[in-house]
Design a protein around this ligand. Structure first.
Ligand code: NAD
Length: 475
């Protein structure tokens, strides 16, 4: 992989500084918002395979202007302090932009999760949780981790259980992490939330002709050629929803071991099955394979969805990128240098702090559900159904009494009589969040000529909201 010229944290800080420079912030506030409050590094040993193995982990708290602070835990050998701090900063801005009441945090463990079996990973995760708990870096009221690259429901369940054992008298213990399995206090729709949010963000983008025009796009998502990098949690769900529900063509998928292309569109479920069975995309029969996956980022397409790691589009390849629109499903896939080049080329970027905010949005719903100890929709669902039934029966009675004999379409009747369950409410809340945040960003982007792209608009909205909190604190 080409070494990016700018570190991930530098990139985030440059983008932040560009936006903050357009605002009239009180002296010193820009610096206060920009800096990362603290980063805790822990090294701990776990006896595995007959010897002690030492692991290094981080939990960074970027901003506590709202608490708890929130952010995923990443398992990867590439985890560094720089990366964790950049990701924590992005969490602060993301939460502010989509109006979830959290500060920003992020964690990581330097580990290759594929190198350890399930039993070993559980012991490592439980020990990491213990170290975080000792310093209040996992707690329902102060710091709430979630899944990120290399972690998922399983790890969150282990963390929640480890926390509960350490704090048996905490009635809110379940809310110490989000992204848990449903049976362990999770919420419907969290696994796919980030990918679903990418879909909702794109749908919203395609509702605005003026914004589409900036990218040189017209029409709908149907038939648009899409390249996806990374077919993990976020990339798989985004690709699956876009291809099955919006009829977009996923013309290329890039993974660690290469790229698969098919101009007719790739069957995402089949490819996912192949990856699960073989460990990679090589040998998949539904498209043409090439070993140099990174080069495929430069293929012609309408929409490019980087959904793997940061800094994949940088000063050395940005000039050759041919898509019209990039939606940053991953955090930080475009460096600050590349961002400037792409802007000059007219490529529109839907920024990470908005594009992948679906995860933290649904995590917020899960946290609220855990604190209220009741599932979403439990109180009102049957009541809603009863009222809908009353209306339908009354209409049917009038129809019979007056001899008009009209009939409601079967599909309509079933849908109307269905009270909203947890998944319906989660989707509705997520859709609303993505639409509202988009409109806010667009308003700032379109109304201020100095705000030259959607990313800057996102930062302006976020910084304004954070500075309002500091203002109300008298800082
Ligand atoms: P994941 O571990 O489930 O999937 C990552 C995928 O990317 C894997 O399939 C992996 O093989 C692939 N990959 C890794 N390095 C690659 C490379 N160099 N080239 C091509 N493919 C590569 O992780 P995820 O949860 O889907 O996260 C992906 C990105 O989305 C990360 O940047 C993460 O911070 C961001 N994100 C995730 C969530 C979430 O809810 N999981 C929320 C917000 C943002």
């Amino acid at each position: 992989m080409t070494i990016p010229h700018t570190s991930f944290r530098d990139s985030v800080e440059r983008m932040f500084t560009h936006a903050a420079g357009l605002m009239d912030l009180q002296p010193g506030l820009e610096e206060k918002i920009r800096v990362c409050n603290s980063t805790y590094t822990v090294r701990f040993g776990v006896r595995l395979r007959g010897q002690i193995h030492t692991f290094t982990g981080y939990r960074s708290v970027h901003s506590e202007h709202m608490e708890p602070v929130k952010g995923g835990i990443r398992y990867s050998l590439d985890v560094t302090q720089d990366e964790v701090e950049a990701l924590a900063a992005l969490m602060t801005y993301k939460c502010a932009l989509v109006e979830v009441p959290f500060g920003g945090s992020k964690g990581g463990l330097c580990i290759d999760p594929r190198a350890w079996n399930e039993d070993e990973l559980e012991r490592i995760t439980r020990r990491f949780t213990y170290e975080l708990s000792r310093r209040n870096l996992i707690s329902p009221s102060q710091n709430v981790p979630a899944p990120d690259m290399g972690t998922g429901e399983r790890e969150m369940a282990w963390m929640a259980d480890a926390y509960k054992r350490l704090h048996p008298d905490d009635i809110n213990a379940k809310a110490c992490v989000t992204g848990k399995p449903r049976h362990a206090g999770g919420i419907e729709g969290r696994v796919e939330a980030t990918g679903r949010g990418v879909q909702y963000a794109l749908r919203e983008f395609f509702r605005h002709d003026d914004v589409m025009k900036k990218a040189g796009l017209t029409g709908t998502l149907a038939g648009k050629r899409v390249i996806v990098q990374g077919l993990g949690n976020v990339g798989y769900h985004a690709a699956q929803f876009l291809s099955v529900e919006d009829k977009a063509l996923i013309t290329c998928v890039i993974e660690r071991d290469g790229a698969i292309s098919n101009p007719q569109g790739i069957n995402i479920d089949s490819l996912r099955g192949h990856i699960r069975a073989t460990g990679g995309i090589k040998g998949f029969v539904g498209g043409d394979y090439r070993e140099n996956g990174l080069a495929a980022l430069e293929d012609d397409c309408d929409i490019l969805i980087p959904a793997a790691v940061e800094s994949v589009i940088h000063a050395d390849n940005a000039e050759r990128i041919k898509c019209k629109l990039i939606i940053e499903a991953a955090n930080g896939p475009v460096t600050a240098d590349a961002d400037a080049i792409l802007k000059r080329k007219g490529v529109v970027i839907i920024p990470d702090m908005y594009a992948n905010a679906g995860g933290v949005t649904v995590s917020y719903f899960e946290w609220v559900k855990n604190l209220s100890q009741i599932s979403l929709g439990r109180l009102e669902r049957r009541h809603e159904e009863a009222r809908a039934r009353m209306l339908v029966e009354e209409l049917e009675r009038i129809s019979a009494d007056t001899g008009t004999n009209f009939e409601l379409a079967k599909g309509f009747k079933e849908a109307f009589l269905h009270g909203a369950d947890e998944l319906d409410l989660v989707r509705s809340g997520l859709d609303d969040t993505m639409r509202e945040a988009f409109k806010k960003m667009k308003e700032v982007w379109m109304s201020n000529p100095k705000v030259d792209d959607m990313r800057t608009a996102g930062y302006v909205v976020a910084i304004r909201r954070i500075s309002n909190v500091y203002g109300s604190l008298g800082l």
